[in-house]
Design a protein around this ligand. Sequence first.
Ligand SMILES: Nc1nc2c(c(=O)[nH]1)N[C@H]1C(S)=C(S)[C@@H](COP(=O)(O)OP(=O)(O)OC[C@H]3O[C@@H](n4cnc5c(=O)[nH]c(N)nc54)[C@H](O)[C@@H]3O)O[C@H]1N2
Ligand SMILES: Nc1nc2c(c(=O)[nH]1)N[C@H]1C(S)=C(S)[C@@H](COP(=O)(O)OP(=O)(O)OC[C@H]3O[C@@H](n4cnc5c(=O)[nH]c(N)nc54)[C@H](O)[C@@H]3O)O[C@H]1N2
Ligand code: SF4
Ligand SMILES: [Mo]
Length: 654
Amino acid sequence: METVKSICPFCGVGCGVELYVESSTIIRLSPVKEHVVSRGHLCGKGTLAYEPIFAWDRLTYPLKKVKGEHIRISWEIAIKEIASKLKEIIQQYGSDAIAFYGGCQNTLEEDYLMQKLARAMGTNNIDSCARVCHDPSATALKEMVGIGASSVSVEMIPRMKVVVITGESITESHPVLSQYLTEAKKNGTKLIVIDPRVTGTAKFSDLHLRLRPGTDIALFNAVGNYLIENSLIDEKFIKERVIGFEEYAKGVSKYTLEYAEKVTGVRKENIKKFAELIAQKGVIFSWGLGLTQSSGVNGVRAYINLALLTGNIGKNGGLLVFRGQTNVQGSGDLLKPDKFPNGTMDEENAKKLAEIWNFLPPTKPGLSVTEALLRDNNIRAIIFMGFNPLISLPNREKVERKLKSLDLLVVIDAFMTETASLAHYVLPAAVWAEKEGSVTNLDRLAKWRFKAIDPPGEAKPDYEILKKLAEELGYNFSSDPKEIFEEMKKVVPLYSNLTLDEIMDYSSSSRYPNHEIYLYDEKFYTETNKAKLILVEQPEVKNGIILITVRNVTRYNTDVITGRIPGYGKYESLIYVSQEDALELKIRDNEEVLVTSECGKMNFRVMISKDVQKGTAIMYMHDPKVNYIICDELDEITKTPKYKYTEIKIMKLN
Ligand SMILES: Nc1nc2c(c(=O)[nH]1)N[C@H]1C(S)=C(S)[C@@H](COP(=O)(O)OP(=O)(O)OC[C@H]3O[C@@H](n4cnc5c(=O)[nH]c(N)nc54)[C@H](O)[C@@H]3O)O[C@H]1N2
Ligand SMILES: Nc1nc2c(c(=O)[nH]1)N[C@H]1C(S)=C(S)[C@@H](COP(=O)(O)OP(=O)(O)OC[C@H]3O[C@@H](n4cnc5c(=O)[nH]c(N)nc54)[C@H](O)[C@@H]3O)O[C@H]1N2
Ligand code: SF4
Ligand SMILES: [Mo]
């Protein structure tokens, strides 16, 4: 029996796994004991991650839609026809009529190749799932401290006095990180959870601020004001290393504790407790989608301000973003419609890229995936690689209309997803264990996945598919992951120090020498080398019942993969409501109700839960019906959907 090392294909923790291979089949999977982040642990779905690879309905040959039916075609014909259609569309409408989206479950090398192909064809219409989760985090981090990623590694958690967890459900979404919280608790670390819901993490926290959804900015600004008024800020740190203090202090002075209590619903004694706990050294400010998918980039800015005010950055603490998918940090680093992989989208960087690429990329910013599918535009062709937007984007009806209106829709996936079923061409992809390449986890750790088995039938790794398509279009790209990795290193400053030897090493000392477990101890990586406080205002709060969509530990995103783990079954459509609202609306447990929002309506079965706050309702985002109800309100700056902030009505059916 052979063993092969890899990284779990699901969440951004990036746990190390060892695959046991016999007769070209993976017969089991176990955790890599020495992996520096997962330390020999896996969650339930991680342990079963190899099962869906062998599902009976894997796509094994290319398909073309003819008279409404998908029929088998050869790779040669598929690639020829797609390339010729792309050329035709570009000729008729220009390069910006085509777009390439996806890549969070792909490797860095595949993402790199995808953006290179798009740019070779003259467009910056490229984007990834990072848009719909943590682009607000990456954007705020970049402008305020310099790099759009976590500033601390998870290893720092147990060394802290306080860990603040805002809008993140670790026990469901990043379960293997719970070990760090348990260790921290043993060391006496205080855990503060900020979430409208009673989450698994909230249950063992020391302080749970159960705020109303969408009110984080009011809370953080009031805490900022309280810290300033009570001289609880780190004046030396601010003076030497931070800009924007005067304006910030003036702006937050109106955010009193009384105001914050009224808006957030959190008692002011608890807000004070929160402020006092973070006014010491040794604090990590961590967060998840509760912040980005409700308050957007301003929510993240308001939160980072607190780390800067208290000087909790560097060896004292820092900022930890619980990024979502296995390679979402990497996809966010590489696939942006308004940034080149080597930095700002300008002539100078374009010329630098041309020296390596032998073609000059365009400098006109492209469209994000949310703009492409939810706003008016001239896009006529989209290639999705590992993305199921018909289910995962908000306002499903609108997305469906756009997808159906395209002249060319190509989906590269391992399964016939709902999005693929609409496609003109479906190309069968190899999945993680059937290919090799690197992925970057939520604390900036890149690791190489080794190939364990061959893909089924005619399925191919995305890097081979992209190479074939590029070749047909007249570009000579490498499809060797190691060669692509070396080219990527030359282009992407963030990855320039990595070596293949280091990222292939799974031993316990495998944080490479230049991987600091905390950044910014001496300087920030902004232009001035100083961090920036940014004043933001709490917007008006929505009334009515707010629908929040969240994760369940056993399911993964649109459930394409986890739905194929034997015994897991399909997801049931449920709405969780509070006891108070159920009483007021006269609805009973298990009763079917009609849920309506501004953009859709749908029936759901009710579950009454004491963990749900009055005035909110919860649905699991894995349910394919959910995004009929969630509308397409987007963060103004990053265009990230407000998946956790939709006003709904719940009606009895009889
Ligand atoms: N099991 C499992 N794990 C996953 C995934 C999965 O599908 N399944 N998906 C992965 C992906 S892609 C991502 S991005 C991550 C996401 O991981 P998380 O960030 O944990 O995502 P959610 O569970 O969607 O939402 C987090 C929390 O935000 C809270 N929240 C909602 N509104 C607000 C608000 O206004 N303020 C505050 N403070 N909190 C609020 C919710 O109650 C919820 O507990 O998980 C990754 N891990
Ligand atoms: N209502 C609501 N909606 C949400 C969210 C929410 O909180 N609430 N969260 C949003 C977030 S954070 C995210 S990240 C998105 C996730 O949305 P998606 O990324 O669309 O969801 P996935 O189910 O992860 O789909 C990934 C696809 O990639 C395919 N795949 C896996 N491996 C490979 C590979 O190696 N190559 C190729 N070509 N394909 C592969 C899988 O079969 C699957 O179909 O959902 C978003 N939607
Ligand atoms: S915690 Fe995330 S990376 Fe680790 S085994 Fe579970 S799903 Fe996989
Ligand atoms: Mo995500």
